[in-house]
Design a protein around this ligand. Structure first.
Ligand SMILES: Cc1cc2nc3c(=O)[nH]c(=O)nc-3n(C[C@H](O)[C@H](O)[C@H](O)COP(=O)(O)O)c2cc1C
Length: 342
């Protein structure tokens, strides 16, 4: 129904308008909740945080943590709210979000429009007594102080915090690509943390060669005991369709590099460090391949926009069938090529 009826209407509207409508729908529309089975073979955990499935929603979809409960009801195993900054930001000039349906991709130069951390906390506190299993939040800022203040304000209500130093649309983040700045950031965050801290890194193969700056970043994060990495953020691109001329590419064209990045990061980091794969993932086969390459879980964004609200449940359903086909009892057993299901 989404693809034949709702999507053609939504896609006729400007992308940010349809996004706002979609978020309202997800927050308010009644959902048919399916009971979670007693034995859930998709259940997994990262850093001790229990997830009902390894399929998560990436940061940026629900920037103000407005519809987190509704998003969980759609079947995501985890939902990353944000990216939130200390104070409200209006973001970059418009146009700043483009759809490219020919390859199921999106290009954005939003630049963190959000209502600030206090507004996000208010939204999350309203949900405190609801059945949200976990609260994962992405925070960012242009200075150490800004990020640390965000962490202090939100850490007690979070089960995991993602630090975003990799959005291609916020030049202020580049300072954290310097070894000393990143070291200080992670060490200060670690001193204050009450839940696992993940770092979302820039993509490793934006050209055909590995990017030395990103390799250094991984090494610094690793040496300073970050709990896990999200690989990766959107890929920097230039286009005169955006008011600011540059932005981040997301969606299907990223998949190959995401898988290459996961394998490479796996080689570079200790075995126990979880990697969350992100970029171009849209079906169970790709979730399987990401996990087989070394990821503990995955996040998606663009495919959810193109495929609609049934996607997380469809992927979960297919992944279960794939596990059963291989007689595997959990996602932790995934290895080798994905089995074909029909
Ligand atoms: C419109 C839009 C907004 C985004 N905003 C954020 C954000 O606020 N923080 C962040 O870490 N990533 C953000 N991202 C990047 C996504 O979280 C994700 O890393 C990227 O889209 C690749 O995943 P995908 O190919 O599944 O879309 C955004 C992506 C899009 C398309």
């Amino acid at each position: 129904m989404y693809k034949s009826l709702i999507k053609p209407i939504l896609f006729r509207l400007p992308p940010e308008v349809s996004h706002t409508l979609g978020l309202q729908y997800i927050r308010w529309a009644p959902k048919f909740k399916t009971k979670s089975p007693k034995e859930n073979i998709l259940a997994t955990d990262i850093c001790g945080v229990k997830l009902s499935s390894p399929i998560g929603l990436a940061a940026g979809f629900d920037k103000n943590c407005y519809a987190i409960g509704g998003l969980y009801d759609l079947g995501f195993g985890f939902v990353v709210g944000g990216t939130i900054t200390l104070n409200a930001r209006s973001g970059n000039a418009k146009p700043r979000l483009i759809r490219v349906p020919s390859d199921s991709s999106l290009i954005n130069s939003l630049g963190f429009p959000n209502k600030g951390i206090s507004a996000a906390i208010k939204n999350l506190e309203l949900k405190r007594n609801s059945k949200i299993p976990n609260i994962f939040v992405s925070i960012s800022g242009n200075s150490l102080d800004e990020i640390i203040t965000c962490q202090k304000m939100i850490t007690n209500i979070c089960t995991l915090i993602e630090i975003n130093i990799s959005s291609p649309n916020s030049l202020g983040l580049r300072r954290f690509h310097q070894k000393e700045s990143l070291e200080r950031l992670i060490q200060t965050l670690n001193d204050l943390k009450t839940c696992p801290l993940f770092l979302k890194i820039p993509p490793l193969f934006t050209s055909d060669v590995e990017n030395k700056e990103v390799l250094n970043l991984i090494e610094t994060a690793n040496l300073n005991s970050i709990d896990g990495l999200v690989t990766s953020n959107s890929h920097p691109v230039s286009t005169n369709q955006l008011a600011v001329g540059t932005g981040g590419l997301s969606g299907a064209p990223l998949l190959e590099k995401t898988l290459k990045t996961v394998s490479r990061v796996k080689e570079l980091t200790p075995d126990k460090m979880p990697i969350i794969a992100c970029g171009g993932i849209s079906n169970a086969n790709q979730v399987w391949t990401s996990i087989a390459a070394g990821a503990s879980a995955v996040q998606l964004y663009s495919s959810f926009v193109y495929e609609g609200p049934a996607l997380p449940k469809t992927i979960g359903h297919d992944l279960k069938r794939m596990l059963k086909k291989r007689s595997m009892k959990s996602v932790a057993e995934i290895q080798g090529p994905a089995p074909i299901i029909n």
